[in-house]
Design a protein around this ligand. Structure first.
Ligand code: AHR
Length: 504
């Protein structure tokens, strides 16, 4: 196939990458928490019930931020059900996922687990069915030092130090008719503004996140976002958007192109934010919190499909556990590259979710843990994606798919680390042929190829299982070479690549 070329110039800086871009999301949904990160009695669980084997695969992701507890879960969330002595916590019907919530794992357990995992926390409050005051109480419980009803209760629960949670989502996807409390952009914007103002009176150090559209396909996108922003722009700090990509029609070439829709979603959302900023003559800058994204094939399932009788009103049933394969590695890789291209406006990003549900980390109840192929793309993104994002000028052979024309086989992004090392992330969307790559470096000298990591597989649907956990895993056998400032490499068919250049 014709080669693809990339020009990388040291001065083509997009932005310093915010550490909060390396986040994830933990929702009490299915087996994400229960039998995921938490399973008392499991042979590898500690005294708190936190599974050590799961921590062994979450820790290397070096997550800076973890969003909790929702998600759809928050639309009827009563945060105070989940604090205090476990035996006194109420069991509740949880209507987002038609489960029974035991509340065994709550805010304080999440704080403890996050500390163990080394990640920060972003909390979501339930505004639309609980209101402003309830959100202020939740914040007071978590962050107020002492001497008030809620802060003293936290202390009585064994947490003398405030949790110091800085990032607060003002509810979740309330543009969606599937939410209890669903409302209009204007009504929600007014509520979110008052919540943000009230919460910032309790703790002025916090940052708040306005819930924008749950996906770009919503008929109310982007007017919902604009209306909500118009009511709240100067009082909130981020606009949350979500995007999941699926291959429901089993058209892989089209599926691989879908990160182009994510790219457009970012551009349109940035325009929406900036339109409102201009309209309000505001000096304040709102940026994006992309706090749910991933590939998810069951995203459009109905409640009936998702909750057959044996999963209805169960405690921690297996829900949303798609099998993710190599083609998901490359589509997710495309999303990660797209995020890097927009880090001048995306300051928070949370892959959704961390364990079992829509996740690349799988557990069996009482048994083992294994990772699915896309896990590695995210691992590399987090490991080598810290520093400054550089614009990559790409010229690639292209193809047309059902929904997209002129899809480049190559997509790529580059990150310059503080120590001068360069990481080039690249995908080859071609399902049958490898792609020759020529990468011209401008303004960089004295580099050697440290490693060319590849995640590839014989078949697009190859994956890992508990019995065969290493069927798809990264290898460092790529052929990248550098000569006189030009890197040449072959990107295997349907592959995720990281070319690491070391400053000598
Ligand atoms: O992550 C699963 C669900 O997807 C979340 O609860 C919701 O916010 C989104 O629709």
């Amino acid at each position: 196939m014709k080669k693809a070329t990339v020009i990388l110039d040291k001065d083509f800086v997009i932005s310093k990458i915010d550490d909060k871009v390396f986040g994830s999301f933990v929702e009490p949904l299915g087996r994400c928490i229960y039998h995921g990160i938490y399973e008392p009695g499991h042979p590898k669980a500690d005294a708190n019930g936190f599974r050590g084997d799961v921590l062994e695969v979450t820790k290397p992701l070096n997550l800076t931020l973890n969003r909790f507890p929702g998600g759809n879960y928050t639309s009827t969330y009563r945060w105070e059900d989940s604090i205090g002595p476990k035996e006194q916590r109420p069991r509740r019907v949880e209507v987002a996922w038609y489960c029974i919530e035991t509340n065994e794992f709550g805010i304080n357990e999440f704080v403890d687990w996050s500390r163990l995992n080394g990640s920060g926390i972003m909390m979501t409050v339930n505004l639309c069915t609980r209101g402003v005051l309830d959100a202020m109480y939740a914040l007071e419980y978590c962050n107020f030092p002492k001497g008030t009803y809620w802060s003293d209760l936290r202390i009585a629960h064994g947490y003398p130090q405030p949790h110091g949670i800085k990032y607060w989502c003002l509810t979740n996807e309330i543009d969606g008719p599937w939410q209890v409390g669903h409302t209009t952009g204007t009504a929600y914007g007014m509520l979110a503004r008052e919540a943000s103002r009230g919460m910032k009176r309790v703790d002025k150090s916090i940052k708040t996140v306005l819930a924008g559209s749950s996906n770009p396909g919503m008929s109310t996108y982007p007017s919902f976002d604009a209306a909500a922003l118009e009511e709240s722009y100067d009082d909130i700090d981020y606009l949350s958007i979500h995007h999941y990509l699926s291959n429901t029609k089993n058209d892989t070439a089209n599926y691989l192109a879908k990160p182009l829709a994510t790219d457009q979603f970012f551009k349109d959302t940035i325009s929406t934010i900036d339109y409102v900023k201009a309209k309000l003559r505001s000096k304040h800058q709102v940026n994006i919190s992309f706090d749910e994204y991933n590939t998810w094939h069951g995203v459009s399932e109905t409640d009936e499909q998702r909750h057959p009788a044996d999963k209805l009103w169960a405690v921690a049933p297996a829900l949303l556990e798609d099998v993710y394969t190599q083609e998901d590695t490359v589509t997710l890789g495309g999303m990660l590259i797209t995020i890097l291209r927009h880090v001048d406006r995306i300051e928070i990003a949370c892959i959704s979710e961390l364990v079992n549900c829509i996740s690349h980390i799988r557990t069996s109840n009482g048994g083992g843990v294994w990772v699915l192929p896309p896990y590695y793309a995210y691992l590399h993104f987090s490991k080598y994606g810290r520093g400054v994002s550089l614009a990559a000028l790409i010229d690639s052979p292209k193809y047309d798919s059902a929904d997209f024309t002129g899809v480049p086989y190559l997509d790529a992004a580059a990150v310059l680390a503080d120590n001068g090392d360069l990481a080039i992330f690249a995908i080859n969307r071609n399902l049958t042929e490898s792609l020759p790559l020529e990468l011209k470096l401008r303004g960089f000298s004295g580099y050697k190829v440290e490693e060319h990591i590849i995640v590839e597989s014989a078949n697009p649907k190859d994956t890992n299982t508990e019995q065969e956990p290493d069927k798809v895993k990264p290898h460092s056998g790529g052929n990248a070479a550098i000569d006189d400032g030009v890197v040449s490499a072959t990107l295997p068919k349907l592959s995720w690549n990281v070319i690491r250049l070391k400053k000598m």
